[in-house]
Design a protein around this ligand. Structure first.
Ligand code: SR1
Ligand code: MG
Length: 412
């Protein structure tokens, strides 16, 4: 999984950001580098440097620079900074198709792997808001609409066939895809040095590794992830990749997907599944903490995302480029397939946060005893989602079944 090429480029520091902006005319128009520029490095993700820059008039932007290694591990895991080019490509496409659901995109410096985009300091990370029990009523639907717009507009439904093939060829993102293939679909199901889990759940993890139905389902889902080049998907749409802001007297509500470096041509259900899997992680947290009202609210999110996705997609469908055989029968079956894929991917994305390399604060910030119950609950729900995905009749049925399993384990 290591990057073999070496890349020689200068990394930004809080002290060098002002000079960098001064040297870039397009950025100088957005913030004034001579007007009390404040710079903060806020990257708390797994991969990159992120600088929030604000001038004395309150104008701001964000600079995101790829490190030549995985930040959460350090230089011992070299990693291609070309991921920033994949992110730039996705921002260009998604900000054209769904401008309300990604930050405004200001450009890419390919010599230093730096992306510039809108400052979202007045938003917060959705995962953190969910952990605090803060409700953002339209966020789940907004993300459903985002996935629909990106999916339609980068697929053969929205793009002429030969042009689409050119775009698919230009957009391969093998190193980032390999991370997902390994960290989401493979490593959680084998003994691997990168895995970690809470010692109290060892019996559940050992059972997971012996569970040939679950492991086989992961094989099927990994196969779909690796072969179904349906659309330019976000590729990492968990609740930590979503920024939310409530409406107030001056500004409307806002929900924006960030961190598009995992974008590639893949199955549309991968993005919906990432959202669902993370709603279920939030649900497990709420249940073991006894926050029942919050849990009831969280249970509505999967259907809200799905309904908004479906409604938006059906609207866009009227303008598909090739209606000759892509008719209404096809659409119904395709939506059904996306829903089932989404359930399976939700299971994969939830389970990896319990037993794989990269964990999530929803679970990790729980006290030890309820954390173990939450972990077992998520693993049970994940198994159901992955193994039973072909038998589930609706999003509501899926959610009810998951809620039942989580309740059983959370109470145990
Ligand atoms: C080494 S990167 C670990 C994880 O962080 C990202 O957000 C992706 O989910 C990736 O799998
Ligand atoms: Mg990320």
């Amino acid at each position: 999984m290591a990057t073999t090429e070496t890349y020689d480029y200068e990394l930004l520091t809080p002290d060098s950001v002002t000079d960098y902006i001064t040297s870039r005319p397009s950025l100088r128009e957005l913030v004034d580098p001579d007007n009390s520029l404040e710079v903060r490095e806020v990257g708390d993700g797994n991969l990159n440097l992120v600088f929030v820059v604000q001038d004395g008039d309150g104008r701001g932007l964000v600079l995101k620079q790829s490190l030549p290694y995985v930040r959460m591990v350090g230089p011992s895991w070299p990693f291609t900074p070309l991921r920033a080019a994949a992110e730039a490509r996705a921002y260009e496409a998604h900000s054209r198709l769904a401008p309300d659901y990604v930050p405004a995109y200001y450009g890419f410096d390919e010599s230093r792997f730096i992306l510039a985009m809108a400052d979202l300091s007045d938003h917060r990370v959705w995962r953190a808001a969910l952990n605090d029990g803060e409700r953002h009523p339209q966020a789940a639907a907004d993300m459903g609409r985002y996935v629909a717009r990106a999916a339609f507009g980068t697929s053969l439904f929205g793009v002429e066939a030969k042009e689409l093939k050119r775009r698919v060829a230009a957009a391969i993102n093998p190193d980032l895809c390999e991370i997902t293939e390994d960290l989401v679909f493979t490593e959680p199901y084998i003994e691997h040095e990168r895995n970690s889990f809470q010692p109290e759940i060892r019996p559940a993890v050992e059972a997971l590794l012996r569970d040939s139905e679950m492991v086989g389902a992961m094989g099927e889902l990994k196969y779909t992830f690796m072969t179904a080049a349906e659309a330019l998907v976000h590729g990492d749409l968990h609740t930590g990749s979503v920024m939310v802001r409530r409406a107030d007297g001056e500004r409307p509500r806002s929900t924006r997907a960030i961190d598009l470096e995992f974008a590639y041509y893949g199955p549309v259900g991968f993005d919906i599944g990432a959202l669902w899997g993370n709603y279920f992680l939030a649900l497990a947290r709420a249940r073991v903490l006894g926050r029942d009202e919050l849990a009831s609210w969280l249970l509505q999110l999967p259907a809200e995302t799905w309904s908004a996705f479906e409604e938006e997609f059906r609207c866009l469908w009227r303008d598909r480029v090739d209606p000759r055989v892509f008719n209404e029968n096809f659409l119904e079956r395709w939506l059904e397939k996306v829903r089932r894929d989404s359930a399976g991917f939700a299971g994969a994305k939830a389970a990896r946060r319990i037993v794989g390399l990269a964990h999530v604060s929803d679970i990790e910030t729980l006290p030890e005893e309820p954390r173990a119950r939450a972990c077992r609950a998520v693993l049970r729900a994940a198994r159901y989602l992955a193994v039973e995905r072909h038998t589930v009749a609706s999003v509501e049925d899926m959610t009810e079944a998951v809620a039942g399993l989580i309740d059983e384990e959370a109470a145990a």
